[in-house]
Design a protein around this ligand. Sequence first.
Ligand code: GLY
Length: 245
Amino acid sequence: MIIPVNTRPPYKIFISPWNVSHTIFHIKKYVPDNQLFIITNTTVANLYRRKLDLLFKRHFKTLWITIPDGERHKNLATCEKILVQLSKLGANRSSCLLALGGGVVGDITGFVASTYMRGIRYFQMPTTLLAQVDASIGGKTGVDLPTGKNLVGTFYQPSAVFIHTNFLKTLPDREFRCGLAEIIKYALIRDQKFWGFLQDNVTKIRQRNAHVTTKMITTCCKIKAQIVTADEREQGQRMILNLGH
Ligand code: GLY
């Protein structure tokens, strides 16, 4: 499934169970120097680094930058560490970043991409349900200050979003439920039929049925793509996406 997001610049959301070869094919178009910087956290790295490295390294020189897991690391100090590492590793204006993780990794990577050398490309590969239906789409990047959440940030769209639903197989229940809350939000704000679908499929949702999960993700991504296309900079209707945040 491919969903277009018609922001400036436009990009696509690719949804599949685990079609990493397809993902690599798309990323390759954007990576002129064959170097890909993968930003992730320790938890995701422990689960997926070895497996993904084998797939990616056939096509790119992959350089991994791993940050500690957790919301409390979503700050300028973490960004500075990544920026310094990028410069030490020789990242240049043509370099691309890949955000592999949940909302924190995505927000930080987007922010770093928007500021390193005044802006380089990045891709989102969200691994949590919450990031797959919300945070990875729409180009909101940012970090927290001691005085408040997301006080520093940019609107900076990714070059593509790659949603692999198989990542959810290792997602803890609590995290899965966080994503479900976001899914309920979309049904409440935009789609009565989808609300009915959720009510009719409670058991399958709890069992993480693959078909139902993919249908939920696809529906949410379509809604989000429509809203951010209409109001990229949150001047009006995009505010509705903040319900419950
Ligand atoms: N997470 C809300 C938004 O992207 O606008």
